[in-house]
Design a protein around this ligand. Structure first.
Ligand SMILES: NC(=O)C1=CN([C@@H]2O[C@H](COP(=O)(O)OP(=O)(O)OC[C@H]3O[C@@H](n4cnc5c(N)ncnc54)[C@H](O)[C@@H]3O)[C@@H](O)[C@H]2O)C=CC1
Ligand SMILES: O=C(O)C1=N[C@H](C(=O)O)C[C@H](O)C1
Length: 250
C-alpha cells in the first residue's frame, strides 16, 4: 500500500485526488491538509508520497518544506520557473533521505501530455506557431502552466531545427498578440463553462495544423496523478523530474 498525503485537499484538484486515492486498490490516504494546517505532520513515518495541488504563491515553500521533512512529492500546482526548479534541486541535494523524489507535472491529463508531445514533433515543420489556452474563470494564473510548457517545447524544437523568428508584421499591439513565451505567442481565454483546454496552431503558406486537447472534467487528471504516485513510490526516479511524458512510452 502506498501511503499518500494530500496538500490542498479542500481545493478543486485536491478533493479529486483524495477521492482517487481512496478509490485506488494500491493506495491509502494518510493525511489530507489544506491552508492553515501544520505541514510538519507529514513525515516518512506516515507518508510515502505527498500530492501537492495548492496555489502558485505557496507551492515552492510547501515543496521545500516537504523535501526537508524527508518525503517524496508529486506536484500539480503551476507557477514553476527555472529559478524555483533550481531551488528544488538544491533542496533535494541536501535531502535527509537517499533517493528522494520531486515530480512536477504541468498537466496530468493524457490528452494534454500527448498534445504537447505532438506539438514538439510538428514544430520544426511550420513557419508559424501560436498557443491558445482556454480555462474556467476561477483560475488564478495566466497563461496556464501547460501553455507555458508547450510554448517552451515549441521554442526549443524550432531552435534545434535552426528556424528563425516567426513572420509577424504587427506594429501596434495593446496586448492582443498575447504573451511571448520563448518566441511563441500565447493567448489566454477565461470563460464560464470551460474547464481546461489548449489549442496549438501551426501554419505554413496554404496550410494549417491544429492540435487540440480538452479536459472537460477534473477526473481526466486522476489517472496521471495515480501513475505519478506509483512511479515516485517505486523509487526509480530520484531527484527532480518535470513532465508526465517521462512516465509514458512516447
Ligand atoms: N497539473 C495539472 O494537471 C493541473 C494543475 N492544476 C493546478 O493546480 C493548482 C490548484 O488548482 P485548483 O485545485 O483548481 O485550485 P483551488 O483554488 O481550488 O485549490 C487550491 C487549494 O489549496 C489550498 N491552499 C492554499 N494555500 C495553502 C497552503 N499554504 N497549504 C495548503 N493548502 C493551501 C486552498 O485552500 C485550496 O483548497 C493550480 O496551480 C492549477 O493551475 C489544476 C488542474 C490540473
Ligand atoms: O487551473 C487549472 O484548472 C489547470 N491548470 C493547469 C495549467 O495551468 O496548465 C493544468 C490544466 O490546464 C488545468
Amino acid at each position: 500500500m502506498i501511503r499518500v498525503s494530500v496538500v490542498g485537499a479542500k481545493g478543486r484538484m485536491g478533493s479529486h485526488v483524495v477521492d482517487a486515492v481512496n478509490g485506488a486498490a494500491d493506495a491509502q490516504l494518510a493525511l489530507a491538509l489544506d491552508a492553515g494546517d501544520d505541514l510538519t505532520a507529514i513525515t516518512p513515518d506516515n507518508t510515502d508520497v505527498v500530492v501537492e495541488f495548492t496555489v502558485p504563491s505557496v507551492s515552492l515553500d510547501n515543496v521545500l518544506a516537504l523535501v526537508k521533512q524527508g518525503v517524496n512529492v508529486v506536484v500539480g500546482t503551476t507557477g514553476w520557473t527555472d529559478d524555483k526548479l533550481a531551488q528544488v534541486k538544491a533542496a533535494l541535494a541536501e535531502a535527509p533521505r537517499e533517493g528522494q523524489t520531486v515530480f512536477i507535472a504541468p498537466n496530468f491529463a493524457i490528452s494534454a501530455v500527448l498534445a504537447d508531445h505532438f506539438a514538439k514533433v510538428a514544430a520544426p515543420y511550420f513557419e508559424s506557431a501560436e498557443v491558445i489556452e482556454l480555462h474556467h474563470p476561477t483560475k488564478v494564473d495566466a497563461p496556464s502552466g501547460t501553455a507555458i510548457h508547450t510554448a517552451q517545447a515549441i521554442g526549443e524544437a524550432r531552435r534545434a531545427a535552426g528556424l528563425g523568428d516567426m513572420p509577424d508584421a504587427t506594429e501596434t499591439d495593446g496586448g492582443s498578440r498575447g504573451q511571448v513565451v520563448d518566441g511563441v505567442h500565447v493567448h489566454a481565454v477565461r470563460l464560464r463553462g470551460l474547464n481546461a483546454h489548449e489549442e496549438v496552431l501551426f501554419g505554413n503558406a496554404g496550410e494549417q495544423l491544429t492540435i487540440r486537447a480538452d479536459s472537460f472534467d477534473r477526473i481526466s487528471f486522476m489517472p496521471g496523478v495515480l501513475l505519478a504516485v506509483r512511479k515516485v513510490a517505486s523509487g526509480a526516479y530520484p531527484g527532480l523530474t518535470v513532465g508526465l511524458d517521462h512516465f509514458l512510452d512516447l
